[in-house]
Design a protein around this ligand. Structure first.
Ligand code: UD1
Length: 381
């Protein structure tokens, strides 16, 4: 849309200058130069770009005129996602498959793709339970990947990075809602600890190298799918997270949903989270990138909470899904899940005011989008 407006305006301006016949050659050339510069898309490296949040962010970056370059080892995603991104945007992003812990491959990548303006670092192992069983895998994957990227930023002169962090760094907060100033708690799992330590690595690396500029985005609970139902969350095996479990139960893949605990100190006894639409979340990444590229950051390292500011209980999500979709869910209350916190939701004031961004989708729209995606996957009409 912006491009269409720009191009039309541009053509009118050039016609006007040409007809006025005053120094039109020089002005003509000057304007074409500006246009050429504008048409040069800014390259953004997206690690984990075929994953759930990564793929939605790639779509939003393309929509906003950027050139995303996707790197993924496909350990938890498929290259087919790139075809679906093309169906949505008309552009198939450039893709390189390798593991970020392989420093030689990462070096070769930066030798090949010069002039990268920024990195959005999604790639990470993210299953809480698995991280408890395989802590070294988690520490190696998640910490070494970020350190390799920062090394390359310094070596190849890429100043800007956005890091996928999580509200998991707050643990169970003493005061709700949580602001960016709420102190972090000891991590409950190796996965959570990798988020915490990666934030520290980024903070310290930026402190030591002021030419770097970073933003950590602390996601609350991302759910839903692109409205086209062409991309969404694709859990391998039995889903660990609530909404994919709900949609798979509704689709008949799972017999029943287990609601983990109804004896929490919450109005209906089930645990409360801040569920944010994945497209809203993706858009916040574009805003963060523009903030850094336009020199609008207030500090070299910044942190933002990305949530809606609203907390919903597990049972409210179940009821909300049934109401939005008209599908009855088979569920039963079971014991609490080990390691779960009782309740958390975001104070989004700082992100809303500073980034000029706000989560917009309603819970109903978001749950419907998750259901549309599941139905599309399973060929349910
Ligand atoms: C977890 C991670 C978080 C990560 C998020 C998204 C921790 C402690 N949490 O959040 O960092 O960002 O996943 O990947 O590290 N529930 C059920 N039945 C189910 C599944 C879930 O009742 O079958 C409940 C849970 O007990 C919880 C809520 O639903 O109360 C949300 O769970 P889930 O979707 O797994 O996300 P979190 O555990 O909040």
């Amino acid at each position: 849309m912006q491009n269409l407006f720009f191009n039309t305006f541009f053509k009118l301006l050039i016609t006007f200058i040409y007809r006025s016949k005053k120094n039109h050659h020089v002005i003509f050339l000057f304007l074409w130069l500006i246009r050429y510069q504008k048409s040069m898309k800014q390259k953004i490296l997206i690690t984990g770009g075929t994953g759930y949040i990564g793929s939605h962010t790639v779509v939003e970056l393309i929509n906003e005129g950027f050139e995303p370059i996707v790197v993924d080892n496909l350990s938890n995603s498929s290259a087919d996602v790139l075809d679906n991104i093309e169906k949505i945007t008309g552009t198939k992003p450039v893709f390189e498959q390798f593991d970020l812990t392989d420093k030689a491959k990462l070096d070769a990548f930066f030798e090949k793709y010069t002039n990268i303006k920024a990195i959005i670092h999604f790639a990470a192992s993210k299953a809480v339970g698995e991280s408890v069983e395989k802590p070294l895998l988690y520490y190696r994957n998640n910490l070494v990947s970020l350190m390799n990227l920062i090394d390359c930023q310094l070596k190849y002169g890429v100043s800007n990075i956005v890091f996928s962090s999580s509200c998991t760094v707050y643990g169970q907060p003493d005061v709700l809602p949580v602001t960016e100033k709420t102190s972090r708690k000891d991590a409950e799992s190796p996965y959570a600890n990798t988020k915490r330590v990666n934030e520290d690595i980024l903070h310290d690396a930026i402190h030591a190298n002021p030419q770097l500029n970073g933003i950590s985005l602390r996601y609350f609970n991302p759910i839903g799918a692109h409205p086209s139902a062409l991309i969404g969350e694709l859990p391998l095996g039995v889903p660990q997270n609530l909404v994919p479990f709900i949609t798979q139960t509704a689709a008949g893949l799972r017999g029943e949903l287990k609601v983990f605990g109804n004896d929490y100190d919450t109005p209906d006894g089930s645990a409360i989270r801040d569920y944010i639409n994945v497209v809203d979340l993706a858009k916040a990444h574009v805003v963060a990138i523009k903030r850094m590229l336009n020199g609008q950051s207030k500090a070299n390292y910044e942190i933002f909470n990305l949530g809606t500011g609203n907390g919903y209980s597990v049972l409210e999500i179940v009821k909300g899904f049934e109401k939005a979709t008209g599908v009855k869910l088979n569920y039963k209350i079971v014991d609490r899940r080990a390691g779960d916190i009782e309740k958390i939701w975001a104070d989004t004031t700082y992100a809303n005011n500073e980034l000029g961004w706000k989560a917009e989708a309603t819970l109903e729209e978001t749950l419907l989008s998750a259901w549309k995606w599941e139905k599309n996957l399973r060929n349910i009409l």
